[in-house]
Design a binder for this molecule. Structure first.
Ligand code: GLN
Length: 183
């Protein structure tokens, strides 16, 4: 499966490496043409304000939203998860709004509050989760499944073709969510 990794900012290389490891065909997506050519997409971690700004600047926001709404398998990690949400607290982030959830940016605290933990993900097993200035999922709509929680908060959620994780599976070599994307 040809899977795009949105390559405007953030930890693109780590996702590309993981996707190769599980036998997918990863492609860095920076243009409309590249977007049209992929069958699934990963939105990496990084800085959601920057990625959102660049999505608009390069006129990728609307076409990407359309592809996701049309059912393209999509995985967002951390900043990528924020961009997917319909409601974002803690900053003015241009958003895709395809996931019925409220994400509160940087709500666990500053960089020194970043943490790691093991989480059980429904359908993907236990994985080591690295949270770096992660958002808190403050609420999800009725059509959203919570696949994992940590410290009493949802940390992996799914709405149909859209999967969002507030941590970085790609930094801990955890392939479960990427495999879920391919199936
Ligand atoms: N704090 C970042 C944001 O709000 C997300 C951090 C990350 O992706 N690790 O975009």
């Amino acid at each position: 499966m040809r899977v795009g990794v949105l390559a405007l900012q953030g930890d693109v290389r780590e996702h590309v490496r993981l996707l190769k490891e599980i036998g997918a065909d990863p492609v860095a997506v920076k243009t409309r043409e590249a977007l049209d050519d992929v069958e699934g997409i990963v939105l990496p971690g990084g800085e959601s304000t920057t990625i959102g700004f660049l999505l608009e600047k390069f006129e990728l926001m609307d076409p990407l939203r359309k592809r996701i709404e049309d059912g393209m398998p999509t995985l967002g990690t951390c900043a990528g998860a924020i961009l997917l949400a319909s409601r974002i607290d803690g900053g003015d982030v241009p958003k895709l709004g395809v996931l019925d959830a409220t994400m509160h940016r940087n709500a666990y605290g500053t960089q020194i509050e970043s943490f790691e933990d093991d989480v059980d993900v429904e359908g993907a097993g236990t994985m080591h989760a690295v949270f770096i200035r992660a958002p808190i999922v403050e609420g999800v709509g009725e059509g959203v499944e919570v696949l994992a929680t940590c410290r009493e908060r949802p940390v992996v959620v799914r709405q149909g073709n859209v999967i969002a994780a507030t941590f970085h599976p790609e930094l801990a070599d955890e392939t479960g969510l990427h495999r879920m994307l391919l199936t």
